[in-house]
Ligand binder design. Structure first.
Ligand SMILES: [Zn+2]
Length: 296
């Protein structure tokens, strides 16, 4: 099938072409871009889209989501992170079923597509239901079964994740599973080590919340018996690809240690402002050559 997009404003990530071109045509042949040029003739095209006044660009990637939480949006304002999570969100999540997670995920997929996001990195549970929504909307997902063991059932969650890894291996190019550790304040040292072993076994990256607010850092110090939570990143995750969400409370003097890790920071300013956590020192990360991704 040949599709021709006419007269679009193109933002290209190509090294060979201009980054921005006005009023160009794009010829797509069976899901592959065949030609980008001015005035491509529309004969033999099955579909022609008039994109005058519109932008065509690569899809955005949302690097930290819990998309099924869209149904909780605007229900809880004015709480700090721990009260919001422990006392409000987790009790509501206990009542969710597969159908809730499916429809909530579908809602978020539709919203993301409308905003230009085509791929996202999700950390939640009932993952099959989120994947079902993704397959239906032709999006791409990196996802997991969120791991934590402070409230019990840690082993079950690990088993569930390993089953997901095997189930979706080679299943669909748009579905990728990673190892989602909820955080160091909800996981013991022994449990984190088991999760990292799983990441090594299947050559997967780890996606985790880190340094979202000051209380979290105090909890990590107590649970993991350390003076500096940043030490744990070096101890537990050496050689592992890491996506760390938030990183609000990482100090500038700690940056030059982080750059020795295989780390990307998922910057989440909207969440951080909603829960009164502050803003990550993005410029300091960038000056130290640490990759910054964004939750849009
Ligand atoms: Zn999160």
């Amino acid at each position: 099938m040949k599709t021709l997009i006419k007269n679009c404003n193109l933002i290209s990530m190509s090294e060979k072409k201009e980054k921005y071109e006005e009023c160009v045509d794009i010829l797509i042949n069976n899901d592959k871009i065949e030609k980008i040029d001015k005035n491509i003739i529309k004969e033999n095209c099955d579909k022609v889209i008039d994109a005058r006044g519109k932008v065509v660009m690569p899809g955005l990637i949302n690097t930290h989501t819990h998309i099924a939480m869209s149904i909780f949006r605007d229900t809880l304002d004015g709480y700090g992170l721990q009260e919001w999570l422990n006392d409000r969100i987790w009790p509501m999540e206990d009542k969710l079923n597969q159908e809730d997670v499916y429809y909530a995920s579908l809602l978020s997929c539709i919203e993301m597509i409308k905003g230009g996001t085509t791929c996202f990195n999700d950390q939640y549970f009932m993952t099959d239901s989120t994947i079902k929504a993704v397959l239906q909307t032709n999006m791409k997902i990196h996802c997991t079964r969120a791991l934590m063991n402070v409230n019990g059932n840690g082993e079950e969650k690990l088993n569930e994740l390993e089953q997901l890894i095997n189930k979706y291996s080679g299943y669909d190019d748009n579905i990728k599973i990673n190892v989602g550790i909820h955080s160091l304040y909800t996981c013991t040292k022994e449990y984190v080590k088991k999760a990292v072993e799983l990441a090594k076994k299947y050559n997967l990256y780890v996606h985790m919340h880190f340094a979202e607010n000051s209380k979290e850092l105090e909890d990590i110090k107590r649970i993991h018996k350390t003076n500096a939570p940043i030490n744990l990143l070096e101890e537990y995750f050496k050689g592992i690809d890491l996506v760390l969400a938030h990183c609000v409370k990482v100090q500038p003097k700690e940056m030059n240690r982080l750059k020795n890790l295989k780390l990307s920071v998922a910057h989440c300013p909207v969440s951080n402002l909603k829960l009164g956590c502050g803003i990550a020192k993005i410029k300091d990360f960038m000056v130290n050559g640490i990759n910054i991704a964004i939750r849009n």
